[in-house]
Design a protein around this ligand. Structure first.
Ligand code: DAT
Ligand code: MG
Length: 153
């Protein structure tokens, strides 16, 4: 089963939306396999947002991501990377469709509540960036037969 990284950004924590956002992933049927609260630093953010280092907004993005702690989560499920990405909605929250996390809780391009991995390859890289192997809890939900067809488990 696929695993993907979600970061509940500082604004999500400060605005008291952590429970709401986690609840959405739970209700969708995804399984939480790792979670921790950390204060990010400049070094890891330069690595995580390497594709944006030369953008004029990078200093604001970096400072915003260090403005309060974040909550790192690993969610597991069938097609989890795409499912979670679609639940987050468009990067520019003002264009995000209502019903998505960004579309329901934000209007900003920068302060957009969650980070989600954008591909299976990047999910693996990002999960290794923020977690060590012992952070992952391997357990099987007894509800899996009620959530999945045999070839989806
Ligand atoms: P996503 O988070 O949807 O994967 P991304 O990887 O292109 O989007 O950008 C990472 C983060 O950078 C994004 O969540 C918020 C910030 N960002 C992106 N484009 C921005 C912009 N035009 N202005 C301000 N912040 C931006
Ligand atoms: Mg991205």
């Amino acid at each position: 089963m696929e695993r993907t990284l979600v970061i509940l950004k500082p604004g999500c924590l400060q605005r008291g939306l952590v429970g709401e956002v986690i609840s959405r992933f739970e209700k969708r049927g995804l399984q939480l396999v790792a979670m921790k609260m950390v204060q990010l630093d400049e070094e890891i953010l330069k690595e995580h947002y390497a594709h944006l280092l030369d953008k004029p907004f990078f200093p604001w993005l970096r400072d915003g991501m260090m403005a309060a702690p974040v909550i790192l989560c690993c969610w597991e499920g069938y097609n989890a990377v795409q499912v979670v990405r679609d639940m987050a909605g468009a990067t520019r929250s003002s264009k995000a469709v209502p019903g998505t996390i960004r579309g329901d809780y934000s209007v900003s391009s920068q302060e957009n509540i969650v980070h989600t991995s954008d591909s299976l390859e990047n999910a693996e890289i990002e999960l290794k960036r923020f977690f060590v192997e012992s952070d992952f809890c391997n357990y099987t939900s007894p509800l899996n037969p009620f959530k999945y067809a045999p070839d989806e488990m």
